[in-house]
Design a protein around this ligand. Structure first.
Ligand SMILES: Cc1cc2nc3c(=O)[nH]c(=O)nc-3n(C[C@H](O)[C@H](O)[C@H](O)COP(=O)(O)O)c2cc1C
Length: 342
């Protein structure tokens, strides 16, 4: 199997809502939620993809060559790439019956372990799937970052305790999932959280705590006040609010405000190794990739996942070679044309 086979298989295996487009850019699935699309006009998804595609890269092969190192160190471990999988929950609803959250997570986690990157795993309404996913994380040496939704404060605290027993690395919360109003219709509402509540939740675990869904400097400063270890600059793939900026438009100011105090990750529309390069050059420590991993699982299970990671690794290494960066510390803003301004 190669990655093209994975994509062809995915077309057969995935539900009607995802078209497995050549360019996964949010156009064919605009407004499809449930489904993989962005909410409303879908602009939060399409804008991220377009913004990244417009950033230009400075070519430079005029240097003495030495071995290129694409590895990324975090949480006391070294990973193959500065990439995590974005949490994707409710797969049956969004991508069809071939997988449920538990069987999906197992393939994803195994594929990531094989490929050498760490997965964020998702949270769902269904308790059995959440517990099963934690078991899957535990089985492979705690290899995963469980991401909990902002249910009620007490429910979030309960789930953090369960997640802590499974993960060896960190726990996250997608605070922006407060915008997933369809969960209310399914009987389990989500809600915004205060700085004080996030502080208590973060302090309740010994593991690093990461907050996902920060899109303003104000939000990043609140995350700092709450004492979290990292944030993910993300608009949830454009799924929680229409007409947000692309995360890459707000990333620089957020890094300037809190980048020395915590990890700053970013996601939205990253598809290739060159996209990873651009996001890091704009100031991110590492990136998350969501939808393409769902396509990889539906098209090739754990092998599909590791093949996609191989593809990203090849492309990322090429980006470093072609821009004169020997490792990820050397991926600086000046590697981008006009410092990445578009
Ligand atoms: C079908 C679907 C389900 C998702 N479920 C979750 C989730 O449970 N928790 C979460 O934090 N983010 C969730 N996300 C958002 C992703 O983690 C990620 O932030 C977003 O998709 C942007 O990245 P992408 O363009 O690479 O997909 C989901 C996204 C999709 C498309």
């Amino acid at each position: 199997m190669n990655y093209n086979d994975v994509r062809e298989n995915a077309k057969k295996n995935i539900g009607d809502l995802c078209k497995v487009c050549k360019n996964c850019n949010g156009i064919a699935c605009r407004g499809l939620l449930p489904g993989p699309g962005g909410i409303g006009t879908g602009s939060g998804f399409t804008r991220s993809y377009e913004y990244l595609s417009k950033i230009k890269v400075n070519m430079d092969t005029f240097y003495e060559y030495s071995e290129i190192d694409t590895s990324y160190e975090i949480f006391g471990h070294t990973f193959r790439l500065p990439v995590f999988t974005g949490p994707v929950g409710g797969v049956k609803l969004h991508y069809g019956d071939k997988y449920n959250d538990l069987t999906y997570s197992k393939e994803l986690i195994d594929g990531c372990k094989e490929g050498g990157i760490l997965p964020f795993t998702g949270d769902t309404i269904d308790e059995d799937s959440f517990i099963g996913t934690l078991e899957a994380v535990k089985e492979v040496g705690g290899f995963g970052i469980p991401t909990i939704k902002p249910w009620s404060f007490d429910e979030a605290m309960r789930k953090v305790k369960l997640a802590e027993k499974a993960s060896n690395f960190a726990i996250a919360m997608d605070i922006d999932a407060a915008g997933l109003f369809f969960l209310t219709g399914l009987g389990k509402p989500v809600q915004p959280m205060s700085v004080d509540q996030i502080r208590k939740i973060a302090n309740s675990t010994k593991l690093p705590f990461i907050l996902k869904g920060i899109m303003t400097v104000k939000g990043a400063l609140k995350a700092k006040e709450a004492g979290v270890d990292g944030i993910i600059v993300s608009n949830h793939g454009g799924r929680v609010l229409d007409h947000t900026p692309a995360p890459y438009e707000v990333l620089g100011d957020i890094v300037d405000a809190v980048g020395d105090d915590m990890y700053v990750f970013v996601d939205g529309g990253i598809r290739t190794g060159l996209d990873i390069f651009k996001a890091i050059a704009l100031g991110a420590d590492a990136v998350l990739i969501g939808r393409p991993f769902a396509i990889s699982v539906y098209g090739g299970a754990k092998e599909g996942v590791s093949l996609y990671i191989d593809k990203l690794a090849d492309e990322f290494k090429s980006a470093l070679v072609m821009t004169g960066a020997k490792n990820i510390k050397e991926i600086t803003k000046d590697k981008l044309y006009n410092n990445g301004e578009i």
